[in-house]
Each structure stands twice: as structure tokens, then as C-alpha cells.
Design a protein around this ligand. Structure first.
Ligand code: MN
Length: 288
């Protein structure tokens, strides 16, 4: 099932070029702040799924291009991210440490951006800002101290993610959390594909274009630590919650995005989305 959020806080199931509004059987506090209804829906999914399936044939089908897709989880409690999880990407930076040494980091939940949205680069910066195409896993059930073999039953689904990143310089080496958490630096979408439709996350073709140029093209088979290992590892530290997102690292081919660009990601079995790139209207108090 492809589950999307659209037109604010509506929940829909995508089939082909249509979306069916199933909001009436997702009875959570939509429209309130914080917008955590997707986390609540995922937590209660065993009860909600049959209701969604019953409603599907009756729900009005809207053309997909007539709605505004929102981030498929607008407010995950945590966004975890893997640093250095593809060997040839490590080679690009002559990196000597990988996810095995570094563990994981966080991206701010507030940096989530909807598919079709605009990445806003800070004004006045002389830094380089890069795209990173990534497969993101969405947690379905609470995970604490979960062995690798029990992770699959805890996973809700998968989505596409761009881990937008301000690069370091020799002199300026801020933490990843800062460099990857500017508002709008975490586009996700276009929807969540539930894990029953995507049983093997380690065999997916992933591509990213900037304008008409193919920048990244790789398979998730090349991850150093696979999806299940990443989740198990993180669960040894903290309790992962329904709706949490773990983004699994980027392959080779990362590169600069600048104002006026359009970046597009496609992951096999999931889908595609694009974002545009702009610059903030005014300078922040601290210019990086
Ligand atoms: Mn990344």
C-alpha cells in the first residue's frame, strides 16, 4: 500500500495515477499541533489497515496531479541517519571512517520538506550545499534492543529521502547535525510504501538527477550496514518510535545544488519526487 498525506492533513492511498481519500478511518488529531497523526496512525495500523482496505473501493478517487502531496510523515519523533554507508561515497571524500565507526546522527524533525517543495539555502553563504539520495525506512513498532532478525516485523515501510548537506571546509568542521538540519533540508516522499509490498530493501535501484543531469545511480545492495542492521544497532541505544525515520546513507555521485536547480529522486518500487532550490530572502544572524 502506498500511503500519502495530501492537501494539508488528508491521508490517502495511491493507486496508479489516483489517490483515494481514507481520512475518515484515520481518526487522529489532524489539524492540531504538533502534526503527529501519522505516528499515531502507524502505531495503531493493525486496527486501521482493515478499515482502510474496506473503505478503498468506496473512497472517491482523485487524480494524483490534482492534490498537493505533503511529507508522508510531517512530524517524526526522530530522524536518524547513517553516515558513510556506501564504500564508493567514502572514496569520494577519501574518508577513513564509515557507519561502523561513526554510528548514527540525527537530522532535525523540523527540517522535513514535502515532495514538490523548495529547499531554501542560507543567504550569503560561501559554502557548498549537496544533494544526497537515500532510502529511508519508517519504523512501525517500538524498537528497543531488537536483534537483526526481528527488525523486519518492526518496519512499517519505506520512502525516498534527500539528505541535503552543507559541506565542511578545512577550517570549518561543524557537526553533521547542524550541517544537515537547516529548515527544508530533509525532503521526503512521495509516499510511504508499506513493507509487505517491499520485502527486500537491499535490492533497489536509486537515482538522483539535478535538472537533466543524472548525478547518482546506485543500488541499495551496496550499503555497508543494511537496513535491518542499522535499526538493530540504533535500538541498542534508544527506543525507536512508530513513525520514526532512519535514512540509510548515500551512494557516490553527491554534488552541489544551487538556486534555480531542480533535484529529482527515484527509488525502484517506491516512487519519485522533485524539489526546487532557492535562497533565503534575508541573511541569518550567523552566516555560514
Ligand atoms: Mn546522508
Amino acid at each position: 500500500m502506498k500511503l500519502a498525506v495530501f492537501d494539508g492533513t488528508r491521508v490517502g492511498v495511491v493507486t496508479g495515477n489516483e489517490i483515494r481519500d481514507v481520512s475518515e478511518v484515520v481518526p487522529f488529531a489532524r489539524g492540531e499541533w504538533p502534526p503527529v497523526f501519522v505516528n499515531q496512525m502507524i502505531r495503531e495500523w493493525d486496527e486501521i489497515r482493515p478499515r482502510v482496505e474496506d473503505l478503498l473501493d468506496k473512497a472517491p478517487a482523485l487524480p494524483l496531479d490534482s492534490v498537493r502531496l505533503e511529507a508522508p510523515n510531517p512530524c517524526p519523533i526522530h530522524i536518524l541517519a547513517a553516515p558513510g554507508n556506501y564504500g564508493r561515497h567514502l572514496d569520494e571524500f577519501s574518508a577513513t571512517t564509515s557507519v561502523k565507526d561513526l554510528g548514527f546522527f540525527f537530522k532535525a524533525s523540523g527540517s522535513v520538506l514535502r515532495p514538490g517543495g523548495r529547499v531554501i539555502l542560507p543567504k550569503g553563504s560561501d559554502r557548498s550545499f549537496h544533494h544526497e539520495a537515500e532510502l529511508a525506512v519508517v519504523i512501525g513498532r517500538t524498537c528497543k534492543d531488537v536483534p537483526v532478525e526481528e527488525v523486519p516485523e518492526r518496519i512499517f515501510g519505506y520512502t525516498c529521502l534527500m539528505d541535503i548537506t552543507m559541506r565542511m571546509t578545512r577550517e570549518r568542521q561543524e557537526e553533521r547535525v547542524l550541517r544537515k538540519s537547516f529548515d527544508t533540508f530533509t525532503p521526503i516522499g512521495p509516499w510511504i510504501v508499506t513493507s509487505d509490498e517491499l520485502p527486500d530493501p537491499q535490492d533497489l535501484q536509486m537515482d538522483l538527477w539535478v535538472n537533466d543531469e543524472l548525478r547518482q545511480s546506485a543500488t541499495t545492495a551496496d550499503m555497508i550496514l543494511g537496513v535491518y542492521e542499522l535499526v538493530s544497532y540504533a535500538s541498542s541505544v534508544m527506543t525507536l518510535q512508530p513513525g520514526d525515520i532512519f535514512t540509510t546513507g548515500t551512494p557516490e555521485g553527491v554534488g552541489e545544488i544551487v538556486a534555480g536547480d531542480t533535484a529529482s529522486i527515484t527509488i525502484e518500487e517506491i516512487g519519485s519526487f522533485s524539489v526546487t532550490v532557492g535562497v533565503a530572502d534575508r541573511e541569518a544572524p550567523y552566516v555560514f
